[in-house]
Design a protein around this ligand. Structure first.
Ligand code: GLN
Length: 319
């Protein structure tokens, strides 16, 4: 896949995307269960493109760390698949779009504790639980994986070191408001689909959601998905596993807006309520965009518009 011949050069194009899509007035919302996110200025906007040949192009606030939230679910799934026995995991979580909000309880009870996919909260709790059977500190494992794939030496401390780190204060703020995620975990437990205690699975899940990263680092860290499973230090996943994560991103990555996102952008994507969206252009690049204000489905308003614009101008699509 290549860019269309008349596409402008990437650097100036990203500058143009920032000029066009950086919000000029407050709109959208931030999630009530994560108070820290409401303190982020509404006009933050960053975008980065990491190419499979090793270049990173970026613009706007692409060097400012933001809360990756549900984008972490892509990496937790990659780690869980890497850890062996993927079939055991796929007996506990399906691969179907949910058509419901990311934290819905209704479907989980109706479907007897088997979450629709790994990217809704219930599914991510199961994947985290699977990972916790290998390592009790699953969040630290996810942080280390992201740090390695982004090409940084060691996880950061949160003191402005520039490398990925867990914002423990943000995690504590969310944990104090985790009734809904705890309810999902207790449902899973009641249906026999959670091995570890509900509280420790939710704590691990919330801490991995609280990882802070820049657009540039996140785009770089996800490159293995655009490169048939090859990461910065060799194979992360097999080609078919990488393809399958892309498939689940395309069908489930934007929750109940997955269809609309596929229509507008035409690429596998994963959003987080921190306002980030990660997109994979197989064989070409990864894109990370960040703008904190969300639409009604919990996806970045300006981020989605920017991706639709960028992919229209470059011709990037899986279709
Ligand atoms: N930590 C958030 C939650 O569980 C993640 C949700 C998201 O980014 N969609 O509510």
């Amino acid at each position: 896949m290549t860019t269309t011949l008349d596409a402008p050069p990437l650097g100036p194009l990203l500058d143009d995307i920032v000029r066009t899509h950086r919000p000029r007035q407050e709109g959208g919302h931030t999630p009530a269960n994560i108070p820290f996110l409401s303190t982020i200025p509404y006009d933050r906007f960053g975008i980065a493109v990491a190419t499979t040949s090793g270049d990173v192009f970026s613009s706007g606030d692409a060097g400012v760390a933001f809360s990756i939230q549900s984008i972490s679910k892509v990496f937790t799934l990659a780690l869980a698949l890497q850890g062996g026995n993927p079939e055991a995991l796929w007996q506990r979580v399906l691969r179907e779009p949910s058509g419901t909000s990311f934290n819905s309880l209704v479907q989980l009870e109706a479907e007897l504790g088997i979450p629709r996919n790994p990217f809704i909260n219930a599914g991510a709790l199961v994947v985290t639980d699977h990972l916790m059977q290998v390592t009790s500190d699953a969040a630290a494992q996810v942080l280390r994986f992201l740090t390695e794939q982004a090409g940084a030496a060691e996880p950061g401390s949160g003191s402005g070191s520039g490398t990925p780190y867990i914002d423990e204060a943000a995690a504590a703020g969310e944990l104090a408001r985790s009734s809904r995620n705890l309810a999902l975990a207790h449902f899973l437990k009641d249906f026999g689909n959670l091995a570890a205690p509900a509280e420790s699975v939710v704590e691990n899940y919330v801490r991995q959601c609280s990882i802070m990263m820049t657009c540039s680092d996140l785009a770089r860290a996800a490159l293995f998905l655009a490169r048939d499973g090859q990461g910065s230090r060799g194979a992360v996943l097999s080609r078919s596993q990488a393809k399958r994560i892309g498939s689940i991103m395309l069908t489930c990555g934007m929750y109940d807006a997955a269809g609309e996102f596929a229509y507008r952008v035409g690429l596998p994507g994963k959003s987080g309520v921190g306002g980030g969206i990660l997109v994979v252009v197989p064989g070409v690049c990864t894109i990370c965009v960040w703008s904190p204000r969300l639409d009604a489905k919990g996806n970045s308003l300006a981020g989605t518009a920017a991706l639709a614009d960028l992919c229209e101008q470059t011709g990037w699509s899986v279709f």
